[in-house]
Design a protein around this ligand. Structure first.
Ligand code: MTE
Ligand code: MO
Length: 200
């Protein structure tokens, strides 16, 4: 390799290393991780409900989801089991644009994400208003496979990956915070990788 190539590689390597939060190592493909049930949800059967403390509860079909503005993000994904996958491309709909339709009520400050495998996870509502929080139907320009949560999963890049509910079925908005599946089993409620909020 040329000197300039080596120099560039080191520069890039360094840059990548700087993108790894504490305690993380890099993987180049996204592993499959979940509680073990891969629900098969056909496009025709897929529904996403938004309910609870909202002015307009809604139930969205796959076709309706496609009519909403489509966005792409490239994000670094960090899992609590210490791997990080950099520059993952997701396409879908910003959760924010769905929440604009549903109109959460002022006292609705927390959400539970419900999935087709009965997994749940929780977040403050404001976390979902971030532009890069997506209902993703594509991963690296391919239709999202079942093992990665297809047809549609949540992607919340700024938190550890367990907050990114695969096979998402409903967004429930309530006044009080309710721990989800892993949060009730000792995982951190907030889950910020740069703060290394893994447990407790
Ligand atoms: N519905 C559902 N979503 C889930 C999980 C799950 O078990 N069920 N596991 C979470 C965990 S712990 C991780 S690390 C990521 C893994 O996503 P991946 O399999 O696409 O890498 O999904 C998250 N979302
Ligand atoms: Mo995980």
């Amino acid at each position: 390799m040329s000197e300039i190539g080596k120099w560039l590689g080191q520069r890039l390597g360094l840059a990548d290393a700087e993108r790894l939060p504490p305690g993380q190592h890099r993987v180049t493909t996204l592993p499959v991780l979940d509680i073990g049930i891969h629900p098969l949800v056909e496009h025709n059967d897929w529904r996403l409900a938004i309910h609870g403390l909202v002015n307009h509860s809604l139930e969205m079909s796959w076709d309706e989801l496609q009519t909403l503005p489509q966005v792409e993000i490239i994000a670094d994904i960090h899992c609590v089991t210490h791997w990080s996958c950099l520059d993952v491309k997701w396409s879908g709909v910003a959760v924010k644009s769905l929440l604009e339709i549903a109109q959460p009520q002022p006292e609705g400050r927390f959400v539970t994400l419900h999935s087709y495998d009965n997994y749940t996870t929780n977040l403050p509502l404001v976390a979902l208003l971030d532009d890069e929080v997506l209902l993703a139907h594509s991963l690296n320009d391919q239709a999202l496979s079942i093992e990665h949560g297809g047809p549609v999963r949540l992607v919340v890049p700024k938190r550890y990956f367990w907050k990114s509910a695969k096979w998402i079925k409903a967004i429930e908005i309530h006044a009080e915070d309710r721990p989800g599946f892993w949060e009730a089993r000792g995982y951190h409620n907030e889950a910020f990788p740069w703060e290394e909020q893994r447990f407790g």
